[in-house]
Design a binder for this molecule. Sequence first.
Ligand SMILES: *[C@@H]1O[C@H](CO)[C@@H](O)[C@H](O)[C@H]1NC(C)=O
Ligand SMILES: *[C@@H]1O[C@H](CO)[C@@H](O)[C@H](O)[C@H]1NC(C)=O
Ligand SMILES: *[C@@H]1O[C@H](CO)[C@@H](O)[C@H](O)[C@H]1NC(C)=O
Ligand SMILES: *[C@@H]1O[C@H](CO)[C@@H](O)[C@H](O)[C@H]1NC(C)=O
Ligand SMILES: *[C@@H]1O[C@H](CO)[C@@H](O)[C@H](O)[C@H]1NC(C)=O
Ligand SMILES: *[C@@H]1O[C@H](CO)[C@@H](O)[C@H](O)[C@H]1NC(C)=O
Ligand SMILES: *[C@@H]1O[C@H](CO)[C@@H](O)[C@H](O)[C@H]1NC(C)=O
Ligand SMILES: *[C@@H]1O[C@H](CO)[C@@H](O)[C@H](O)[C@H]1NC(C)=O
Length: 882
Amino acid sequence: MAPPPSNPHRHTQQLCFVLPILLLSSVAAESTPSFSSHCPSPAPSPDLHTDANDTNALLEHFHFSPGFFSGSGASNLFMPGISGYFSFLPHAVSRTADPAVIHLSSATLTLFGKRAEEHNGTLGFGSYERIYDVAVSFRLDGYYSTTTFELCMVGTGTDTDGPVKRYADLALRLRVPSKPSLVDPFVAGHLEGGVDFETVYLVTYADGDVYKYSEGRATCPAEAATTSARGGFSCAALRSRLLSEYRLRHAQSNSSSLPRLHEPAMIVNQVHCAANGAVRLYAVFSNDVMPWARTNRFAVENQAVVAEGFWDAETRRLCLRACRVELAVSYWSSAAEKLEVRECGIGMSFWFPAVWTVRDRSATAAMLWNGSQAASGDAGVTSDPITASAFQYIIRTTTTTTNLSDVKYSYTQTFLDTATRHYLNANKKTKASFPGAYKFSSYRDFEFRFFADNDEMVRERGQAYPVSIGSAMVDGDELAAEYAFSRHAAAEMKQSRLVNISYGILFQFTAFDRPDCSEIKAEGVYDTETGFLSMLGCRELNVSTDCKVLITVQLTSLEESQPSGHGKGRISSLRDKTDVLYFESRNITLYGMYSEQVSESIWRMDLERIITLASSTLSCAFIVLQILHIKRNRDAALATSITMLAVLALGCAIPLALDLHTLLANRDKQFVELSGSAGLLDLQELVQRAPALIAFVLQLRLLQLAWAGRLSSSHHHRSLGSERRVLQVCLPLYLIGAAVTGVIHDGNSRSARKDPLFGEDPGTLWGALASYAGLATDGFLLPQVVLNAISSESSSARALSPWFYVGGTVIRVTPHVYDVFRARRYVQSARPSYVYANPRDGLFGSAAWDVVVTCGATALAFLLFWQQRPGGDVRRTKTGGY
Ligand SMILES: *[C@@H]1O[C@H](CO)[C@@H](O)[C@H](O)[C@H]1NC(C)=O
Ligand SMILES: *[C@@H]1O[C@H](CO)[C@@H](O)[C@H](O)[C@H]1NC(C)=O
Ligand SMILES: *[C@@H]1O[C@H](CO)[C@@H](O)[C@H](O)[C@H]1NC(C)=O
Ligand SMILES: *[C@@H]1O[C@H](CO)[C@@H](O)[C@H](O)[C@H]1NC(C)=O
Ligand SMILES: *[C@@H]1O[C@H](CO)[C@@H](O)[C@H](O)[C@H]1NC(C)=O
Ligand SMILES: *[C@@H]1O[C@H](CO)[C@@H](O)[C@H](O)[C@H]1NC(C)=O
Ligand SMILES: *[C@@H]1O[C@H](CO)[C@@H](O)[C@H](O)[C@H]1NC(C)=O
Ligand SMILES: *[C@@H]1O[C@H](CO)[C@@H](O)[C@H](O)[C@H]1NC(C)=O
């Protein structure tokens, strides 16, 4: 076991790589491990002068792809069970007096792996394991024999994770074929760890241009597949299209011609090619239907093939001959070096289909056959080849880079007919703007995610993406797809109401026999005027394909604002209930936003941020004006309702406390991911909250002024008496308000729980408190109006500055008016995105409530105006007033 790292702060990533080199160069001089004990052969020999071209060629020879390491030494150094990789970098090389020996005087071997570290949660509870990347570097010196292909090096290593740790007395032994070939393509060996760790086994695919292709060309089957009309041979393009995962289809019968390659998936892991069209590759076979993500690191599996061949420009195919590679020993236990090239005579070819259909949509297709079973002659494919097609990732990223613009989609008439029949039966909607029909539409408006409404605990989810719309291919590279869409599909959708459309739908059927996601390939028709989509699809099963899956979707129009998303649909089976392939139909709910809505909502959020800042700044100004008003008219302090000021102060404090609470909660959550940028985030949030904070402080000052004014007055007993009466009137009202808020909030949170995707926060106490504070603050003038009504002095002085009560009312009312406007205009997305007029402050979140609040607040303001109007009070004229 590796010692647990004691220093958790390892932000100095670069240092990891610089330090070992610095340290090692100082150390190398003092302790050179002896060649005689570790590397008796090849025997060291004095260096000769080597010119630059020769040095470059030799360095090139010692350049390998990032490789695979394993063995018990790997578990000593890193976390066991998670594979890492190694890189080997030669720095200095020269020829020696012995022509068969080369001196590799300096090279770095780096092992990249993972380690785990215990973390305690921020507030002392909840601990978790953090897994992080570690690199251990070794600086080596040694000799290579061009006759035995043996490279033996000695050196030291440094581990900079935590306190610097040195590994001394190491030896690296590698077998590096001087000219790799089909039957000898690997570099393999081991690192002996001396006393610090056990042996680490290393293996990789030989890189570089020294590869020796065999004589004679590989043959491809004579029958030509329709291949896409891409131009000349390009090594980079070929590589990027070949490096992929392939799903294999084996012969139906049990008489496979390649009985040893029976796995369901193949991953092309390494591809090298030369300018003349020569290509060599390494592919592994996996029994995982969803293999790991693609990397450039050398991968090891129980079964693999190495292949070499050429690009046939005429038929636009890659023809290869391949050999099976077998792992002699299980690589987790010990020796990964035992990759053995066993049987050759396997034929392999790759091509890029020019036509996609509902059943066959592979960007790259391949075939493998047993060449040794073939009849003599060049077109030697046996009866049962393995066919392969590259498949998409289940989680599609936006960076699909394959340019499919030269692929044509060919619709299947029977599928279209069935889909059209169901479209005619179901379709009823009226005309509105649907994707494809409005001005700035994009093919991405046709993408959607969805979940199935079932009663089970596990929610089934899925994702659908368009493959072709009309004659436009919209899969693959984003730019090419957008171009094809705007150029062809948009015009076709204007001309004809019904367009042909095809989709790929990734769906997690929990009831289906395949344990993971299955892809439904569907095609059908889309009505641009009603937003109705009707498709017939095929889902792949272990042994068969079920092509009787009906998918219907009613998209929402752009204008229709529904918080519950993007549309509704249904996936059902057209089979009899008795059929083994029948499945229960599912209603699906779509979510996501149209591209136009996304840009609108970003714009809106920016605007709301500005309004929020402006309104809290304005409220500061109004409070300052009121403070000045009180300072100017001493009686105003006496006439101001303390209850009102207290309500206002609380109304300010509660949202601030709530924000602080959210901020702290998020901090805890983001601690791991964003430890770097979290500080910045907090600062920005604080700046946004600053005016609200200032308003709160000013509010307190106002309260204090009013209170002090009240106490210093000679009438303060009387005024306290009227304040008590105000409380007697208002307190019951506030209690009723609290009860109503509690009931409604409970109802809201219950419905939010029913719909967890769109419900905001599932009703916390904080949420209820915020709603209540919002309601009380909206009616902030109530206590003042009551006080004016019941007390004689209060009406004699104008307690509130018009700025304060008119401005305050406007600030409280604006969000409600805005909310009404916004609700008509915007679709709520899955994630809450409201900055201003946050629905959490409202109670019902409905337009009616907004209208009620607006009217109530305005009425209070008018009442106050009437009470405070000059000469509005009879008693004032009687007593001469103030
Ligand atoms: C090195 O190679 C370049 C081109 O490959 C050639 O022009 C040059 O003469 C060579 N130099 C020596 C010293 O061989
Ligand atoms: C985590 O907490 C335990 C006890 O609660 C303590 O012994 C340990 O040192 C803490 N570890 C770290 C990394 O803080
Ligand atoms: C496949 O194997 C089964 C038994 O394992 C046998 O009954 C069947 O005839 C075989 N099919 C073919 C096409 O060889
Ligand atoms: C190819 O066919 C031969 C003869 O039937 C068989 O011995 C060999 O195992 C097959 N090759 C593979 C890779 O399965
Ligand atoms: C895709 O390929 C076509 C030709 O095959 C080319 O015209 C087009 O520019 C490419 N598009 C992108 C985005 O690379
Ligand atoms: C849809 O595809 C079918 C078959 O390719 C074709 O006959 C039909 O014209 C297409 N419909 C439209 C509206 O393009
Ligand atoms: C499909 O494969 C799974 C395991 O991979 C197996 O359990 C199931 O029986 C298979 N179903 C059919 C219909 O062959
Ligand atoms: C699906 O929705 C339809 C109405 O749109 C309804 O009649 C049906 O019962 C729903 N099915 C399920 C399984 O919820």
